[in-house]
Design a protein around this ligand. Structure first.
Ligand code: Z5A
Length: 205
């Protein structure tokens, strides 16, 4: 039986996920909550190997279905060997990205049938779902400009702006579909403005 809470944070690149994760971990810690930070794709030894395959620019081509299946293969390992055991232990788990990314990137971005993604979700997750998802929303160009100085892009970051605009739209439509779980956070202003909204939402949890 689940005892801890499962929080996921999602959004397009440069939305500020990594920045806000630091705040969330410190804030929960200040409340005496033990939080385990993890990420997708990845989070386990096997999942991190799958992440390398998915994001490396050495992977010259990948069918969109293969990309989706690898995301869910890593997720299956992640849920069963890390997330659920931690929750059962009473810890809270914070995941940098989760299934909403698959709907946004592989569904809206790559154009894969949402129903097929839903079938995989049902197969791998059954009825397991985050208690809360923080969706950091930022216009794509602004997000890209924030990470510009990083230099080398990974395989997915090499996609064009139209792809990322579809991804952003996909996230927004997910937040409308699941308004109780997915909290849409305006992350286009300064870091403090984003943090304040997250703090209010965490307090409600
Ligand atoms: N992916 C997928 O396709 N399908 C799936 O199912 C899953 C994932 C699970 C993983 O990348 C890739 O996998 C991702 C989706 C795909 N591909 N893409 N694109 P990732 O999650 O590891 O990396 P990322 O999304 O590209 O993260 P990021 O670029 O690091 O973004 P971020 O973490 O949201 O940004 P940040 O590092 O916190 O902030 C970036 C900079 O902006 C930094 O200098 C901050 O100081 C600054 N910043 C942050 N917030 C603000 C505000 N509010 N104002 C001003 N400046 C700010």
């Amino acid at each position: 039986m689940q005892k801890g809470k499962f929080i996921t944070i999602d959004g397009v690149e440069g939305a500020g996920k990594s920045t806000q994760i630091d705040f969330i971990c410190n804030y929960l810690d200040s409340k005496g909550i033990n939080v385990i930070l993890t990420r997708e794709p990845g989070g386990t030894e096997l999942g991190e190997k799958i992440r390398d395959i998915l994001l490396s620019t050495d992977t010259k081509s990948m069918h969109a279905d293969t990309e989706l299946l690898l995301m869910f293969a890593a997720r299956n390992e992640h849920i069963n060997t890390k997330i659920v055991p931690a929750l059962e232990n009473g810890d809270w788990v914070l995941s940098d990205r989760f299934t909403d990314s698959s709907y946004a990137y592989q569904g809206a971005g790559r154009g894969l049938d949402i129903e097929r993604i839903a079938q995989l979700e049902k197969w791998v997750l059954q009825d397991f779902t985050p208690d809360m998802t923080l969706l950091l929303d930022v216009p794509v160009e602004l997000g890209m400009s924030r990470v510009e100085s990083r230099g080398k892009k990974d395989r997915i970051e090499l996609e064009n702006i139209e792809f990322f605009n579809r991804v952003r739209d996909g996230y927004i439509s997910r937040s409308r579909k699941f308004p109780n779980r997915i909290k849409l956070i305006d992350s286009a202003k300064n870091i403090e403005h984003t943090t304040e909204q997250i703090k209010a939402v965490l307090d409600s949890l």
